[in-house]
Design a protein around this ligand. Structure first.
Ligand SMILES: Cc1cc2nc3c(=O)[nH]c(=O)nc-3n(C[C@H](O)[C@H](O)[C@H](O)COP(=O)(O)OP(=O)(O)OC[C@H]3O[C@@H](n4cnc5c(N)ncnc54)[C@H](O)[C@@H]3O)c2cc1C
Length: 354
């Protein structure tokens, strides 16, 4: 099949790789210039990790692993017990893992200008002026996908009223520190007005924050990524010969810690189903039935996590920052962390080919 992939983020690159492996003719377009990709560290676990294991990419992935210093971290034991089930690495390295395997090149600074789709194919006009009909168009344009707006105007974006920021802290302002995080080595300001949760990334001087107000750039912080947390709510995954993937289909927000894993998992399921069924329509229908319930379940968990970590009432807030941390240290939330490692959804994969 001749397939256009719009978006050169993790989801687009993963699906491009898997499609090439299956012998399809792939074209990838990316709106940005090659150089401007954000960088942050992701925890990669669950279904996505299992996919890479099955596809013989696990060893390469492990070689990109960043080492955390968990010596004083409350969930150190859990991480140790689950070492083989989680890989923490830079999103850039994860993206490059797929990029380096690609045979097709990426057309940067190119977007879909116009698109029409029906059950036989998708007619596309690109910003470069090129006009082409594809057997399938895959939208992997991230949370604010422009093409999704054209084809799925019913999409809802749920604002979680939270911001995240990943930055390098060169100097810590100890005067603002009135509490401690789960890792005593990393401090956070627990100020109700500017509720802030901070956790270590890879090095002591790198930190990521989740907060209820837009983070201000300060002199002692070098921000390299900041954004709003949003969930993409959709009841459909395809229309005609256009299908969605990754954050375009159902952004889970960094609170879930599963966006990259789900993107790789969805790519694997989609390609597996295209291989399994002769009918593209049947493959897309089964893909939709398979992936939407997982997205909805994880989004539900995200809302629970949000209400737990960022409660509206001052009383609950005190519970989180004082008693909650204590209970966490005692291991009372371990079952929830274990759930995060998502061992329980490995079996979903068995439905997809491979
Ligand atoms: C701070 C942070 C921490 C995170 N932590 C974790 C974690 O611990 N574990 C985890 O699993 N996930 C995590 N995630 C989520 C994960 O990174 C994302 O879910 C995943 O990268 C989504 O990939 P994507 O390709 O769908 O979207 P994106 O990465 O947004 O890629 C979309 C691409 O499409 C391009 N594009 C946009 N519009 C167009 C257009 N019109 N035409 C062509 N191209 C277009 C964009 O430029 C971009 O390159 C985190 C995310 C953030 C921001």
């Amino acid at each position: 099949m001749k397939i256009l992939i719009s978006g050169g983020g993790l989801a687009g690159l993963a699906v491009a790789c898997f499609l090439e492996e299956a012998g399809h003719d792939v074209e990838i377009i990316e709106a940005k210039n090659k150089e401007v990709y954000p960088e942050y560290v992701v925890d990669f676990f669950g279904a996505g990790l299992e996919v890479l294991k099955r596809r013989g990419m696990r060893r390469k992935l492990d070689s990109l692993k960043k080492n955390f210093d968990f010596s004083s971290f409350a969930i150190k034991k859990l991480y140790e017990e689950n070492q083989d089930k989680i890989v923490s690495l830079s999103i850039r390295d994860l993206r490059d893992l797929f990029c380096h395997q690609l045979k097709s090149s990426i057309h940067y600074e190119t977007r879909i200008h116009e698109i029409e789709t029906n059950s036989c194919g998708s007619k596309v006009v690109l910003s470069s002026g090129k006009e082409e009909t594809y057997d399938l168009v895959i939208l992997a344009e991230g949370v604010h996908s422009h093409t999704r707006k054209l084809l799925f105007p019913e999409t809802k974006i749920e604002d979680l009223d939270l911001y995240f920021s990943v930055c390098t802290k060169e100097k810590r302002d100890e005067s603002k520190v009135i509490g401690s995080t789960l890792n005593p080595k990393i401090s956070a300001s627990y100020d109700y007005e500017q509720l802030e949760i901070c956790y270590p990334v890879t090095l002591e001087d790198e930190a990521s924050f989740v907060m209820s107000r837009k983070p201000q750039e300060s002199k002692d912080c070098h921000h390299f990524y900041t954004g709003k947390m949003e969930l993409v709510i959709l009841q459909k995954a395809f229309k005609g010969r256009v299908v969605m993937l990754g954050d375009t289909l159902g952004s889970l927000s960094p609170l879930s810690g599963q966006g990259s894993s789900m993107a790789v998992y969805q790519a694997h399921v989609l390609v597996g189903l295209i291989e399994k069924h002769k009918s593209v329509k049947r493959a897309l229908q089964e893909y939709e039935e398979e992936v939407l319930p997982h997205i909805q379940r994880i989004q539900k968990e995200v809302r629970t996590t949000k209400n737990l970590l960022f409660p509206k009432s001052r009383l609950k807030y005190l519970f989180v920052t004082k008693l909650g941390v204590l209970l966490f240290r005692l291991g009372l939330f371990n079952h929830r962390i274990k759930k995060m490692f998502a061992v329980h959804y490995y079996d979903f994969l068995s439905r997809a080919k491979k």
